[in-house]
Design a protein around this ligand. Structure first.
Ligand code: J2J
Length: 590
């Protein structure tokens, strides 16, 4: 056990190294090599600004030295909440060089999620955008950190297109520093440009260490947010070795090279957009990453044309919007060679329609922050491309389709996917109790996904055993929302289930047991927002029931709830009388 996380068993790690899967290189080393071999090539584009590989190498040094000057050390965590802008990539590469570990928060996260991340990861710094759209993220960050015993250094990335953060530096004087008063200790605040200036003054780090050591390839390079099924978000530890393998294998599988131009439409901190092959896979291959600040189809299709993008990744709900926009504006997509779709299952007919309309092969990507990622191939037969979610990217990925006793089901039958491999974690970060049932005794991860494997090896994701709603790629842990719902006045009990939804694939529906006036969906959304929950987690509909139905073993029977979740409101006065429902009523009446 390393600090807070479980590495692979020593013989397994040795096997991965011997096989050359883990290359023994850090991201910092790789960036130096890339700067030497592709120095003058464009690596990153954000709006009108461009950075070469040589530029990125210099900036990574500066970021590394800037944080080191502020006392951030190897192994320290840094919470990151930034939209799609160049600073995310600069920061990530700089932290990798220092050996400090970015924790990927999403721009849509609010007080509840951020507080949970602060408490689990105990970051020493929190890099946050001044605002995203109309949301004041800086205010949120200050509020989240108020009262902490050891508040992190707040580093604010300004709202300006050039990232200058003028208002922060202006307010804070020449050093760019200030403090925020809270009930606990005060947070130090500085602007991103001031951090870079400090880094530049300190000079390139001969050894990027302050009392620590330089990172090695078996150290953590990032903590990713798991889709999760629990009340508190779980963090996935990724090492330099395993994350670079994921990016490299993905780049190979997807045919990425120096001529690749990858357009980032999904949030850059999402594992799909960052490493499948995403940002990291494009950089590993020596290609160009283009960040779309705005995910609207109008902007992104124009960017494909302007930057001659060759690959892009979308979640299923975005695809129809792309097709509509394409029909209207007819952009030139002749550069595009790959349209990746993943995060949730794309309807088979939509995958076929997207290919036919855009004239670009659709690649289905079924992956998880935990590590395993599967891809279909452009030269797979159409049937497999449109109806399956692909094959694991590395032959070293072990998969078992298992029954409830962890035994393999007969070929072609549906079971839970269990997996183990050179990119797949062996334990969530600081989550010992959870780890005991999230893995089998042999260290296989229980993915919670119900799959079927075809003779070709391709997987079809047909359902889920985990208690989660997948709203078009955004994962909602039912337990987390239910805890908040139970705090609503007069709500005695609550269950959140997935209902089919034409736009999102699934949407959350809440079943509430009330002992007073029941709330509407609108009341509930406002309440959850006040409690600091991200907006996408609010239930689309609220159903009021006398009691929650229970299964034979006394668990809430979510299956029977899901079956009624999309029924019209008028028919919902009572649930169908199942034996479990009557048991529930009996229990509730006691
Ligand atoms: C059905 N369900 C899918 C798909 C993910 C690449 C792509 C996606 C993610 C991701 C990722 C699905 N069809 N094509 O990290 O690197 C559901 C499954 C899975 C969960 C993981 C990547 N693609 N899913 O979505 O950690 O239920 O990662 O277990 O956010 O999303 O969610 P997450």
């Amino acid at each position: 056990m390393r600090e807070g996380w479980e590495p692979w068993p020593v013989p397994t790690a040795a096997r991965y190294r011997q096989a050359g899967l883990w290359a023994g290189r850090t991201v910092g080393d790789l960036l130096r090599e890339l700067a030497a071999s592709h120095g003058g090539r464009t690596a990153l584009v954000d709006g009108a600004a461009r950075w070469t590989y040589a530029d990125l190498d210099v900036i990574a040094d500066r970021v590394c030295a800037g944080f080191a000057a502020r006392g951030v050390r190897h192994g320290d965590r840094v919470l990151v909440q930034l939209p799609n802008r160049a600073e995310f990539v600069h920061l990530w590469l700089g932290l990798a060089r220092l050996g400090a570990v970015p924790v990927h928060a999403m721009p849509g996260h609010r007080l509840a999620e951020i507080r949970a991340l602060l408490s689990t990861a105990e970051p020493v710094a929190y890099v946050v955008a001044e605002r995203v759209g109309r949301v004041n993220l800086r205010g949120l960050a200050e509020q989240a950190c108020a009262g902490l015993d050891r508040p992190p250094l707040l580093v604010i990335v300004g709202a300006h297109a050039d990232g200058s953060g003028a208002e922060v530096a202006g307010r804070a004087g020449s050093t760019g520093g200030s403090t925020v008063e809270g009930p606990g200790r005060a947070s130090d605040v500085m602007g991103w440009p001031a951090l870079l200036d400090e880094g530049e003054r300190a000079g390139p780090p001969a050894r990027p260490v302050v009392g620590g050591r330089a990172p090695t390839s078996d150290d953590l390079v990032a903590l990713l947010l798991s889709g999760g099924t629990t009340g508190t978000p779980k963090l996935v530890p990724r090492t330099h070795d395993d994350y670079l393998l994921a990016a490299r294998s993905a780049a190979e599988v997807c045919g990425f090279g120096t001529d690749t131009v990858y357009l980032v439409v999904l949030p850059v901190g999402f594992n799909f957009a960052f490493s499948s092959p995403g940002v990291l896979g494009t950089l590993v291959a020596g290609g160009t990453v283009v960040l779309a600040r705005d995910p609207s189809p109008t902007t992104t299709l124009r960017l494909v044309e302007r930057e001659r993008a060759t690959a892009v990744a979308l979640t299923p709900p975005l695809v129809p919007y792309w097709l509509d926009e394409f029909a209207i504006s007819r952009p030139d997509l002749s550069s595009l060679r790959l349209l990746q779709v993943g995060g949730a299952r794309i309807p088979d007919d939509l995958a076929a329609r997207a290919e036919a309309t855009l004239g670009v092969p659709v690649q289905q990507v079924y992956g998880m922050a935990e590590g395993l990622v599967c891809y279909t191939q452009p030269d797979d037969p159409a049937e497999l491309r449109h109806t399956t979610q692909g094959r694991p990217m590395s032959p070293a990925d072990e998969i078992v389709v298992a029954d409830e006793d962890d035994r393999p089901v007969p070929p072609g039958e549906v079971g839970e996917l269990l997996t183990r491999g050179p990119c797949t974690l062996r334990g969530y970060y600081r989550a010992e109790a959870h780890n005991r049932f999230a893995f089998t005794a042999d260290g296989l991860l229980r993915t919670g996904d119900l799959v079927r494997q075809l003779p070709s090896g391709h997987l079809q994701v047909v359902g889920r055993v985990k208690d989660q709603v997948n709203k078009g790629g955004e994962k909602i842990a039912a337990v987390e929302v239910e805890e908040h719902l139970r705090a609503y006045p007069h709500v005695v009990d609550a269950a959140l289930v997935a209902a089919p939804d034409p736009k999102w694939g699934e949407c959350p529906v809440a079943f509430l047991v009330c002992d007073g006036p029941p709330p509407t969906a609108r009341d509930v959304a406002a309440f959850l927002r006040e409690r600091g929950l991200a907006a996408y987690k609010a239930p689309e509909r609220v159903r009021v029931v006398d009691a929650l139905p229970l299964t034979a073993v006394g668990k809430v029977d979510k299956r029977s709830l899901a079956a009624t979740a999309s029924a019209p409101e008028a028919t919902m006065t009572a649930l169908p009388e199942t034996p479990a429902a009557s048991v529930a009523r009996g229990w509730a009446d006691r």
